[in-house]
Write a protein that binds this ligand. Structure first.
Ligand SMILES: [Zn+2]
Length: 209
């Protein structure tokens, strides 16, 4: 199975690939590296050209995982709404991908491109630290946000806890990320309990593949 993953770096891409393979239960090949260099608006802009590239190149699937940063996390009630709720990044990407794929021509001898979307609250480091800290859950971060206590510093602290220091070398960052990705991928049920909506959505999408 050939897939494309949009990520911020080789390190994040490797972590997402480990999680995707764990959910699917088989290895995947990365079709091409798709890296975003800017913030959310750039990530959003890249979705359309990447889907077109994957569709016309005969790839099987596209995985999008973003950070919620300071936006409200996705919740189950959004799935019942006709309109995309304001500021929900997951709903926004899901709508964008679905509406584009609906317009694409059928591929001869190959099914429609599959898409899986997840959002890490507040950032991928929280998933990677899951199980090491009782507070590292989507619900806890949502409460912190409701109290106005989810800040840029919260996300910096997650990085520091993950790497030991913000100045850690690229080698250490890769090593820590891979260790943690393999650790959380061994217990997908627990990761979904802790990140019910953002990771749960990604898992549900992948289950349809
Ligand atoms: Zn949503």
């Amino acid at each position: 199975m050939k897939i494309g993953i949009l990520s911020e770096s080789k390190v994040d891409e490797a972590a997402y690939k480990i999680l995707v393979e764990s959910v699917l239960g088989h290895p995947v090949d990365l079709f091409k590296d798709y890296w975003k260099r800017g913030g959310w608006s750039q990530a959003k802009k890249l979705v359309r050209p990447i889907i077109l590239d994957l569709h016309y190149s005969g790839a099987d699937g596209f995985v999008f995982v973003g950070d919620s940063d300071s936006t409200p996390p996705h919740i189950a009630s959004h799935d019942q709404l006709d309109e995309v709720p304001e500021d929900c990044r997951l709903c926004e990407i899901r709508r964008l991908a679905r509406s584009l794929i609906e317009t694409l021509p059928a591929r001869s001898g190959q099914p429609q491109l599959k898409v899986a979307v997840g959002i890490a609250t507040p950032a991928i480091e929280a998933w990677l630290l899951s199980g090491l800290d009782a507070n590292c859950t989507e619900a806890w971060f949502r409460e912190e946000q409701a109290r106005g206590r989810l800040s840029r510093q919260t996300r910096r602290n997650l990085k520091i806890r993950k790497y030991g220091s913000l100045e850690a070398s690229a080698g250490i960052k890769l090593q820590r990320t891979l260790e943690n990705a393999h650790r959380i991928a061994r217990d997908i049920e627990q990761l979904e309990q802790r990140f019910q909506f953002g990771f749960g959505h990604l898992r549900n999408d992948l289950a349809q593949w």
